[in-house]
Design a protein around this ligand. Structure first.
Ligand code: NDP
Ligand code: 8X3
Length: 254
């Protein structure tokens, strides 16, 4: 029987690339996202390769998530993998210029949405046991501070610590937990973050040879397929072109 994988946020970027990568290898898939048209098109396309079930649902909607997961056909009941991928950053303005609404959107999606999905699916992963795995999408923003990262980086630091703590509590179940921590990657993530500003998106990636969603999908596929006694705790990736800036020092300030 094929293994089943649940991916949140499969309508673009890493989630879509993972769906394609795992479908290619014959995994059964449960794919989620809010954009119904995109999700349905992907489900239809990948259904030619494997069994796929689409759930049009917002990870911030607890009742919607409960109902969607409860509606899964019995053949998708047992999960070998969960990729908690749905997430976003809103804006790059410094904290004093940000709206509380934007901050809450990031907390509700990146933290609360991930917690809802994890909590609802843990019993199914534990039922699978040895070899099962949860892969969370953290970020280098959860490891290093930079201007304009405030709540986004804070949310990803939460994801990192939650992933490590979850590992402790899953000891003895066979379920593995990994936090993937990418740096600069080319995806709609930046279009969302820049409010749809295509010129700023283009400038962000120009000449930088950023990581591509396919690179992340290949990495996640490898992590999920390491031997069942191996747990990759955290995995940080950057494009070769990206390193760290120095400390900022203001001189003659207030
Ligand atoms: P994309 O914007 O390409 O994809 C984000 C996905 O998340 C989409 O499928 C979107 O689907 C889904 N999503 C967003 N909000 C919700 C929601 N409320 N409910 C359900 N689905 C939602 O970005 P990436 O693929 O690049 O990002 C994926 C993850 O990786 C995110 O968690 C991001 O923080 C993280 N990451 C990204 C990096 C990058 O540079 N790109 C680097 C490090 C980490 P829809 O809109 O249809 O709901
Ligand atoms: C996204 C990577 O460097 O824009 O998580 O924060 S970065």
């Amino acid at each position: 029987m094929s293994d089943t994988l649940f991916i949140t946020g499969a309508t673009s970027g890493f989630g879509e690339a993972c769906a394609r990568r795992f479908a290619e290898a014959g995994w059964k898939l449960v794919l989620t996202g809010r954009r119904a048209e995109r999700l349905n098109a992907l489900v239809e396309e990948l259904s030619k390769q494997t069994e796929v079930h689409g759930l049009v649902v917002d990870v911030r909607d607890r009742k919607g998530m409960e109902d969607a997961i409860a509606s899964l056909p019995p053949s998708f009941a047992k999960l070998r993998g969960l990729i908690n991928n749905a997430g976003l950053a809103v804006g790059t303005d410094p904290a004093p210029k940000c709206s509380l609404d934007d901050w809450e959107t990031m907390v509700d999606t990146n933290i609360k949405g991930l917690l809802t999905t994890t909590n609802l699916l843990l019993p199914r992963l534990i039922a699978h046991g040895r070899g099962a795995g949860i892969i969370n999408l953290g970020s280098i923003a959860g490891n290093y501070p930079y201007p304009g990262s405030h709540v986004y980086g804070g949310s990803k630091a939460f994801v990192k610590q939650f992933s490590l703590n979850l590992r402790c509590d899953l000891q003895g179940t066979g379920v593995r937990v990994t936090n993937i921590e990418p740096g600069l990657c080319e995806s709609e993530f930046s279009l969302v973050r820049f409010g749809g500003d295509q010129a700023r998106y283009d400038a962000t990636y120009a000449g930088a040879e950023p990581i591509q969603p396919q690179d992340i999908a290949d990495t996640i596929f490898w992590v999920m397929n390491t031997p069942a006694h191996v747990n990759i705790n955290r995995l940080e990736l950057m494009p070769v072109s990206q390193t760290w800036a120095g400390f900022a020092i203001e001189r003659g300030g207030k």
